[in-house]
Design a protein around this ligand. Sequence first.
Ligand SMILES: [Zn+2]
Length: 168
Amino acid sequence: MNRCDIPAILAGYPAGLVEPVLHLLAEGRLGDALQRRYPLRHAVRSDRALYDYVHAIKNECLRNTPPLSKVVYDNSLKLLRQALGTHTRVSRVQGGRLKAKNEIRIATVFREAPEAFLRMIVVHELAHLREREHDKEFYQLCRYMEPAYHQLEFDLRVWLLWRDAAAM
Ligand SMILES: [Zn+2]
């Protein structure tokens, strides 16, 4: 397979990983394969539930990080680009002191995604509380919080590819 045949969302992954996926997609069997592997939906439907879900992981894995002021689903985050979630640190002067507010926004598509993918994106955004860049330390922290992090990130991309193809 030619490098340029790899869909943008799977760019950077070896052809040996991507080819079987494209094969299943072409045969119309990718949806079933994903369903078998990730049968679990989740009940994190509202922003309130998402807030609790994110805090549970934060309390379990990242106790000594700054508090989160806001956690919401955001349907303006554009998929198939980079941003599946965002973490922002907003600094405001409050009562003469500079206060940093941490916000996490998760693309609304994760409301319908298998639970493992929601967890993966939450782990990613939480890791940014400690590590700003996508460097070695960042991914180490992600793997500490979710040992299958890299597999889940790949499978999430496959799921998004399948979802996109199914919508056409
Ligand atoms: Zn990031």
